[in-house]
Design a protein around this ligand. Structure first.
Ligand SMILES: NC(=O)c1ccc[n+]([C@@H]2O[C@H](COP(=O)([O-])OP(=O)(O)OC[C@H]3O[C@@H](n4cnc5c(N)ncnc54)[C@H](O)[C@@H]3O)[C@@H](O)[C@H]2O)c1
Length: 324
């Protein structure tokens, strides 16, 4: 059984990946500090099932605590790292950019150092479509990404470059996944889908920062992404960057319509001023991931919204109503 370190294992993507790897007979060593970027109650809830599995070894630990992190490497035989822990969120990164530099760039550099010291030769890093900024769509991996629009994507770009340095200087295999807009169960509460469902179900206001029809997000299905992460766990690459999106951007109006259809009620939209650093369009060219990794995309938004809603209504009242 391969032992995989998943950082950020209690977050949205991390908890889904943890469950997926456990189902596929891996041992998951998970690190998360359950920070309050959003409620730790949600994060504990995310890993409730995993904690019952004897192949899940959980460390509630801040990755900035380098000596404790090193103990994890000393005490476990780690064969690959999927590094998901980060501060995400474009807007908030303007308020506290140093928090992003520390938790994203510093932490990533320390983990790369651990790879060298403890001979872990497969580092998989979660980057973001936001590093494309205002580039012309569709976004291709080979495009220049030197002009991100906010500190958050700037830290992701810096991490990508740091992975390249470690791959070149120490031969550490690194794969960068630029996630576009993954949707699935447990999606973060600060993202649009959760707020839209809640708005339709309970009449809560949905702050609409962008135009309904002239903006687009390349919403994609997280399960397809987990499969290619597992593929790279089994087949490490020297240094490659892959877009993981859907190659089919959806307007906010389209997403709202999909939510209204499954819930059977209207969303309560409230127009707000646009936010600094926000992109108008995300649109991935995914041909490289399709060709090299067998990545499947093109999942209709209606399918994912329906899956999410069916899961959401099985959650307890505190979760549904946002009483975190
Ligand atoms: N969700 C998206 O739409 C999206 C899009 C592009 C990229 N990404 C990237 O994917 C990764 C996962 O995103 P997510 O949406 O699951 O976010 P998330 O906030 O739900 O998960 C991140 C987890 O990392 C943990 N964490 C952060 N700093 C830590 C530290 N110093 N020590 C220990 N744990 C720490 C948090 O507690 C959290 O549980 C992030 O790197 C994010 O930048 C996400």
């Amino acid at each position: 059984m391969k032992h995989i370190l998943v950082t950020g294992c209690a977050g949205y993507i991390g908890s889904n990946l943890t469950d997926f790897l456990l189902q596929n007979n891996y041992v998951v060593i998970g690190i998360d500090n359950l920070n309050d970027f959003y409620s730790p109650k949600i994060k504990k809830h995310n890993i409730e099932a995993a904690l019952k599995n004897e192949n899940f070894i959980f460390y509630e630990l801040d990755l900035l605590n380098y000596s404790k992190v090193e103990e994890v490497f000393k005490n476990n035989k780690i064969e690959a790292i999927v590094h998901l822990a980060a501060y995400a969120g474009v807007t908030y990164s303007f308020e506290d950019p140093l928090l992003y530099v520390r938790n994203n760039l510093e932490v990533t550099t320390n983990l790369l150092n651990m790879c060298v010291k403890y001979q872990v030769n497969n580092f998989i890093f979660a980057s973001s479509s936001s590093i494309y900024g205002d580039s012309e769509a569709p976004f291709i991996e080979s495009m220049n990404t030197d002009a991100p629009l906010a500190p958050y994507p700037a830290t992701k770009k810096a991490c990508e470059v740091m992975c390249k340095v470690y791959s070149h200087a120490y031969g550490i295999n690194s794969t960068i996944f630029r996630f576009f807009n993954p949707l699935d169960i447990r999606i973060r509460p600060d993202l649009a889908l959760t707020k839209l469902i809640r708005s339709a179900m309970f009449g809560e206001e949905f702050p609409q920062y962008q135009d309904l029809n002239s903006t687009g997000r390349d919403y994609c299905y997280l399960q397809n992404m987990l499969e290619v992460i597992m593929h790279v766990i089994e087949n490490p690459l020297r240094y490659e960057i892959f877009n993981l999106g859907n190659s089919a951007p959806v307007t906010l109006g389209h997403l709202v319509a999909a939510v209204q259809k499954v819930v059977g009620k209207s969303v309560n939209l409230v127009r707000m001023p646009e936010r600094k650093g926000e992109m108008t369009l995300t649109f991935a060219d995914v041909s490289k991931a399709e060709k090299m990794l067998g990545y499947k995309s093109k999942t209709p938004i209606e399918f994912i919204v329906d899956k999410y809603y069916k899961w959401f209504i099985t959650q307890e009242e505190w979760y549904q109503k946002g009483n975190y």
